[in-house]
Write a protein that binds this ligand. Structure first.
Ligand code: SAH
Length: 236
């Protein structure tokens, strides 16, 4: 694997990782787009981290920004593997804990309610494939796997929960399936590495729980990503 490209929404999620590898910003690489590129050369491999960037002074979250970042990154950097790394909500009922890191085994949308025939339903749901090596990596690193379920909001409405439960969603985020969509168009494999900031069924207020656990979750995320990189560079 010669070129790996991380796509990350929030600077807080990427910072520990950028610092760990002493990655340098490649200034204005995606100009006029807000996306930012950080790069490091590892043994036999170029490591890229693409951040969605900012607008109005805050990190761009969500599917639109993630799609722009993924599209630009794939077209400009030609990665062999895209890795979407970030935080997520998860479910205590499914055995999740705060700051636990998961590998995704699929990615779907949970808030696209489009009536119609099976073809529309299939397209709305997404259900994009993950990199075929995801399971072996999860086993080697002793990480649990779960299905990434993506929507445009941090909160969870009853209709979102219904959709998540019906389709076995486990890791609730705001970007994963959008990146899966873009990767599926280019047939570039995608690996999901997600750390839990909040438990959607804990009864706590999500934003408060997210903010309280962000730092811890980003540290376990950096740890896991170090092992992911070690695994990828030693295997290929
Ligand atoms: N902008 C806010 C909060 C961002 S939370 C801040 O002040 O920091 C949303 C980000 O974390 C998204 O990028 C999403 O992918 C992830 N996330 C974490 N927990 C989530 C949850 N329960 N539902 C949806 N996205 C979640």
């Amino acid at each position: 694997m010669k070129t790996i490209c991380y796509i990350v929404a929030m600077r807080a999620e990427a910072k520990p990782f950028i610092e760990r590898y002493g990655m340098e910003e490649v200034k204005d690489f995606f100009s006029p787009l807000p996306c930012l590129l950080y790069q490091a050369q590892l043994e036999g491999c170029t490591l890229n981290v693409v951040l969605n960037g900012q607008q109005h002074g805050s990190d761009l979250l969500g599917c639109e920004a993630a799609s722009v970042a993924a599209l630009s990154a794939i077209q400009r950097l030609h990665p062999d593997l895209v890795i979407n790394s970030g935080t997520c909500g998860a479910f205590r009922a499914k055995g999740a804990d705060i700051a636990q890191v998961y590998i995704g085994n699929g990615a779907m949308f949970h808030d696209r309610r489009v009536p119609g025939d099976d073809a529309w339903a299939t397209q709305s749901l997404g259900n994009y494939p993950v990199w075929e090596g995801s399971q072996a990596l999860a086993e080697a690193l002793n990480l649990k796997m779960g299905k990434v379920t993506t929507g445009s909001s941090l909160d969870m409405q009853p209709c979102d929960l219904e959709m998540i439960q019906r389709h076995g969603g486990e890791l609730k985020d705001m970007e994963g399936a959008a990146i899966g969509f873009v990767c599926s168009l280019f047939q570039v494999p995608v690996l999901y590495v997600k750390s839990v900031t909040d438990l959607c069924d804990s009864g706590a207020e999500t934003y408060e729980e997210f903010s309280r656990n962000l730092h811890h979750a980003c540290e376990t995320l950096r740890n896991a990503n170090e092992k992911v990189i070690e695994y990828l560079t030693s295997q290929f």
